[in-house]
Design a protein around this ligand. Structure first.
Ligand code: FAD
Ligand code: NAP
Length: 335
């Protein structure tokens, strides 16, 4: 049902109190196609959202917000090695991960406890603990909001990169993901390289999907604020990737600089370290602030406006640039 002049406070995990002109939830491809044929919606700006866990609204949205409620988890093909599973974009991502763990389908357990929907997961190329959705994604089905056509992109065509995809670039704001097909392993290929996981696994008798999921949930609960208690959208900034020249310069001035060596003489530096070293730990700005246990997470202390959170992010960008010469990039989508 179409809602008008509708509050988005419950539809963004920052808990920012903005409104949109129209809001609609659509349950199937047919409903989306019928909606797109209606003349009265044709010229309105459209924004697709999931759970709003990676969005910062800085003002009211003047167009129509569309939320996919497409459901369904279907095993569509099975080979000796893989399960091909089609999942509706409106399914909550972590419910899907839990389902896979129960079925013993391996590949997504490191992505346990990431908030949001299945539809948003390829947009952001969600990642955690050494795994990204691109590692297990077969294809993405979407509807083009401009002409109503139904399309499918293969993994390669999605142009996945670090927290990036074609859906954040060429196809930004012009499509709605309807279904995602994942290719999950029958024979497990675990990724336990993150220090925290290894340490916890060593205490257990067996490395299996369930144990990995439980460990990751435990670590995440201990580090991240609960969105129901303290509004946030996870990491606000991406970890910067720098070239070898800048890396050596930084390392010379900061001997304890943490880093991860990547191919092609590139280095990933944890943005949290840089923010911390700017003396911003626990920094507060009006009703917003930097989370005490994780400087990458910006929080709403209750009454922050989207504009205040955005201004806080600008202060951080400027301090890090001034001290290290690095321009952090926002991971969160700002509207
Ligand atoms: P939204 O925030 O609603 O939307 C995000 C983007 O996707 C927007 O651009 C929106 O337009 C687009 N979009 C949403 N649904 C669709 C659709 N059906 N079709 C087309 N476009 C769509 N992210 C990680 O990668 N790794 C993490 O470990 C992680 N941890 C987090 C922890 C916390 C506490 C929080 C709050 C966030 C975290 N995030 C993490 C960020 C967030 O969970 C992911 O980006 C998630 O995929 C967002 O899903 P969503 O449904 O809330 O999308
Ligand atoms: P952490 O373990 O304290 O590590 C800090 C950063 O170093 C991470 O962000 C990670 O980069 C990088 N890193 C650590 N070990 C690595 C390794 N073995 N190889 C390559 N890079 C490594 O991180 P954290 O903040 O607790 O988060 C743990 C994981 O959950 C990370 O993957 C993080 O991305 C993910 N997470 C994401 C969000 C979000 O909103 N996007 C929120 C919470 C957690 P990467 O981020 O590039 O992996």
């Amino acid at each position: 049902m179409l809602k008008q002049n509708y509050s988005l406070k419950k539809h963004n995990t920052f808990g920012v109190a903005v409104k949109c002109k129209y809001f609609i939830e659509l349950k199937s491809i047919e409903e989306i196609e019928a909606f797109l044929k209606e003349k009265k919606y044709k010229n309105l700006h459209k924004l697709v959202i999931g759970e709003g866990s990676n969005i910062l609204f800085t003002k009211d949205y003047k167009g129509i917000i569309i939320k996919s409620q497409i459901s369904g988890i279907e095993l569509i093909k099975e080979t000796d090695e893989f399960y091909y599973v089609k999942v509706g974009s409106g399914i909550i991502w972590d419910n899907f991960v839990e389902y896979c763990v129960e079925k013993n389908w391996q590949g997504v357990e490191n992505l346990s406890s990431i908030p949001g929907t299945v539809g948003a997961a390829p947009v952001q190329n969600i990642g955690a603990y050494g795994v990204e959705i691109k590692d297990v994604l077969h294809s993405v089905e979407y509807i083009d909001l401009r002409d109503g056509s139904l399309n499918v992109l293969s993994n390669n065509e999605c142009k996945f990169a670090y927290r990036d995809s074609i859906f954040k670039n060429e196809l930004k704001s012009s499509i709605i993901v309807s279904n995602v097909v994942l290719k999950l392993n029958k024979k497990p290929v675990f990724n336990t390289n993150f220090l925290g996981i290894k340490k916890e696994l060593d205490k257990l008798e067996e490395t299996n999907i369930k144990n990995i999921r439980n460990i990751i949930i435990k670590i995440r609960n201990s580090k991240l604020p609960n969105v129901n208690e303290l509004g946030n959208a996870g990491s606000f900034f991406k970890n910067p990737i720098v070239n070898d020249i800048l890396f050596l310069k930084l390392k010379n001035s900061q001997s304890e600089l943490p880093y991860f060596k990547l191919p092609n003489k590139k280095y990933k530096i944890p943005a949290a370290y840089l923010i911390d070293k700017c003396g911003l730990k626990g920094f507060k700005y009006k009703n917003a602030g930097i989370y005490k246990n994780q400087p990458l997470v910006l929080v709403n202390y209750g009454k922050a406006t989207g504009q205040e959170i955005f201004e806080l992010s600008k202060i951080i960008l400027s301090k890090v640039k001034q001290k290290f010469g690095i321009e952090l990039k926002r991971e969160v989508n700002v509207w």
